[in-house]
Design a protein around this ligand. Structure first.
Ligand code: SAM
Length: 305
């Protein structure tokens, strides 16, 4: 049972296996932890990187009974509720019998995501809920009906999540550059949207991907590519396996190319999270840095301008 008397300003849900990374982010912030749920007890304007989702407006609701809880939740929000049950499982289930409950599902690529709310019991007579969360899917969990035959790697799931949950995909007016493209999972996604995909990697691209009429493969070091080599590119995507410092240099160089309007980059990390390595990405105006559900020990940085 939740024991603290401190106010709860936000609730962070950690990705499984990456709670240690989130704890580094929480250093200096007053919080308590219950399983993968982190209750933040102070107002902070931190831009959270690691949580699967953040409850942006947690509210406390006093309840007198199970029936009272269902009635109150229903009157607050008629759509589907997602519960969290670190404790009081049975009581939660009983309350759920009379409210609309979110049914875990696998999404299709570019599915429309329906609104939802999240809640939990803090104790027998206290509910904590939030109508606004940072993620577009309950618990920030975005599992897809995967294509297990066509893409040459599972990296395509990161772009599926990016385009389903965060930004619109490129259009046939776009020329896109996919850096660190081998074996071609991202290029496989991009070739169905953009007019042309320039795929760059020192390692070879999968033959099926290479055969697409709108894919051009450059077998070279992505860091040596210059603006004049690829004029009129409107998107830069990078999944290059490299240190964050190197990626930052690359991004800073390509930000001087006026034609590039959108950047989507994976920031690969070492074992222990070092915030100072990624803070320069966070400082770039209008960009966001966050952990996709499909990211492992890595982050995604997006800039649209
Ligand atoms: C995680 S893999 C990319 C997976 C790819 N996005 C996909 O969807 O299949 C990382 C890639 O970065 C490439 N890489 C590493 N250093 C590079 C460099 N200097 N120039 C180009 N590619 C590089 C590696 O060869 C490797 O193929």
């Amino acid at each position: 049972m939740y024991k603290s008397d401190l106010p709860i300003h936000s609730v962070l849900i950690s990705p499984i296996h990456l709670a240690e990374q989130l704890k580094v982010e929480l250093e200096g912030v007053q919080y308590t932890q219950e399983d993968l749920i982190f209750f933040v007890h102070e107002q902070t304007d931190k831009k959270w990187i690691w949580p699967n989702t953040v409850w942006l407006e947690p509210k406390v609701l006093k309840i007198e009974s199970i029936k009272d809880a269902s009635n109150k939740l229903r009157s607050i929000f008629r759509g589907a509720w997602q519960s969290y049950t670190p404790y009081l499982h049975r009581r939660t289930k009983l309350i759920e019998e009379n409210i609309k409950v979110f049914k875990p599902k696998r999404y299709n690529y570019l599915d429309n995501l329906s609104p939802f709310a999240e809640w939990m019991l803090l104790d027998e007579t206290t509910i904590l809920y939030s109508l606004r969360t940072s993620a577009n899917a309950p618990m920030g969990q975005v599992e897809f009906n995967e294509d297990k035959t066509s893409p040459p790697s599972r990296a395509y799931l990161k772009l599926w999540e990016t385009f389903t949950c965060h930004i619109s995909p490129p259009t046939n007016n776009d020329i896109v550059m996919d850096l660190g493209a081998c074996p071609g999972g991202w290029t496989w996604v991009l070739k169905n949207h953009a007019s042309k995909v320039i795929s760059v990697d020192k390692a070879p691209l999968d033959k099926k991907i290479l055969a697409a009429s709108n894919v051009t493969y450059l077998a070279q070091d992505a860091f040596k590519l210059r603006k004049e080599d690829v004029p009129e590119v409107s998107w830069l995507l990078s999944d290059i396996a490299c240190y964050p410092e190197k990626l930052l240099e690359l991004v800073q160089y390509w930000m001087t190319a006026d034609t590039i309007k959108t950047f989507v980059c994976t920031v690969k990390l070492q074992d222990k999270f070092n915030p100072s390595l990624v803070e320069d990405f966070q400082k770039i105006p209008n960009s966001k840095l966050f952990h996709l559900y499909q990211n492992k020990n890595e982050l995604t940085w997006i800039l649209q301008r």
